[in-house]
Design a binder for this molecule. Sequence first.
Ligand code: MSP
Length: 583
Amino acid sequence: MLVSKVKYIQALGVRCSSSHYVTTPIFYVNAAPHIGHLYSAVIADAHCRYQRLRHPERRVRLCTGTDEHGTKIQQAAAAHKVPVGQYCDEVSARYRDVFGAAGIEHDDFIRTTEQRHKQAVAHFWHSLQSRGHIYSAAYSGWYCVSDETFLTESQLRLDATSGTRYSLESGHPVEWTEETNYMFRLSQFQDDVQHWVKQKACIRPAKFQKILLDTLSEPLPDVSVSRPANRVHWAIPVPNDDTQTIYVWLDALINYLSSLGYPNEQYRADWPPAQQIIGKDILKFHGIYWPAFLLAAGLAPPQQLHVHSHWTVDGQKMSKSRHNVVDPVQAAQQYTMEGLRYFLLREGVAHSDGNFSHVKALRILNSELADTLGNLLSRACAKSLNPQQIYPEPHVEHLPHLLHDVDAAKRLQESLLQLQGRCEQHYEGNHFHLVADTAIAALHATNNFFECAKPWELKAGGSSPNAPRLQTIIAMTMDALRLCGIVLQPMIPQLTSRLLDKLNVPTSQRSWRHLQESFVMATASSDGVHKNRQLDEQSSAHLFQRILEQQNKPAEQQQQQQSLSHVKRTKSKKERKTTTSMS
Ligand code: MSP
């Protein structure tokens, strides 16, 4: 029985190899975007940019969007005294803007309030129903509005003084709910989901696979997939039963299909997703419910879930009440959006929580982007050393002399020889911090080489006997900058584009395969070595401005602004009072 099921799953898993479909979670519109949300999107974007660079023949597709149904959205709109539709439009637009500013190159931005999505959800529901996976039942349990899920007793904490129960995982309160719902036969998919989770590299990192397998070691209960419409009306109605609305998580998960045009046949060209990026808090929904829903509808589950951990701020969970939520727009005013992208990818690791600290951000951005990368470019382009403002043609016959005379030249060569292979391996696992480590190590080696080769002691000028050696040193430095620039494109696309523009590297020569050719690694054929190339005088050689210590932290700025707006509010209240009493 299990063997036939396994075959069934494997058959479903066959997909068109030329497509690489990647998704981010869709973001709740009950609050403005913060750096944690941006992080999910930046991981997905860097992943896709790498795929496009490495496999130009693949059709890479990235989908993101907003999750707009459910009680908490209803409540947030009411709290802002705005009609719920308008409220969703406004917050969804903020996500779109932030992602635009951060260079997230998505192919689709889907909203669950769109008609195309509602049609896909209705079709999916019919598909589950016609296959006999949905039934109606009286249901009771503890419901957590904030997490939009029912929880079992073992997932709750009881506060003895108030008698209130809270979700152990999220800390949000739950309420006892008794109602008639439609139920999904999750219990019937235990073996299939387990088989899928156990597949090699299906859940990354492995620690999250273990969490899922632990959950799956207990019998799975069936899950409620609808709510009474009189309790949750801001949701998609159950087809043919308008007394019920569809459970928001089922609705939300289907976005990954509706973005591809499901149920129109065209979706099959990209299905299943090659990679779905999710945060650790939504693992159960993507690692258990989602594959079960898909298998029940006769569709293949995703090939891989990449799960990331969370950002804390100065060691604390981000929350409105702590006033420590980092707004990406404000953080970018200080670090630049490229700096913020770099910091998130450089400092975040998937398997454990990362700490967002201003001191750390300052240290990393100043030392790596300003000093190690930016300063090296400025030095190689300095008029004193490079009066002709060129990316010089190397005098290849000088390379063996340099390698012989300058130890650091050998180390640079070794580091560049390893650059491509190592970065490829790290990108494949979404280990962006290791890509940065490798590129920065190569840039350190380049800085060291530049220091040791002492180009400033060699006279510039075409007629000087030292000119060929000087030009070769500059060409080696620029080649290393070029290679590191190519490697870092997925992580910091705008900064590297300015770097490669300055070096006048044609856009057609910035792809992954161009990492193979460099005279420094003795891998360039004689026609692969370029002639003198004029530097682009329109592009600045100053890539990244050092950030000053005394600049405010983003969270502090926010607090100041919040207290300022509080002051303004109280002031205007007072002013109004005075005016009223005076009139
Ligand atoms: N709407 C659901 C997802 C539905 S997908 C079908 C949701 N939305 S969310 O806005 O709350 O979260 C979206 C993503 O942001 C999740 O991947 C979540 O893990 C991530 N993050 C939210 N807070 C975060 C941090 N503090 N740090 C890192 N990522 C965080 O869940």
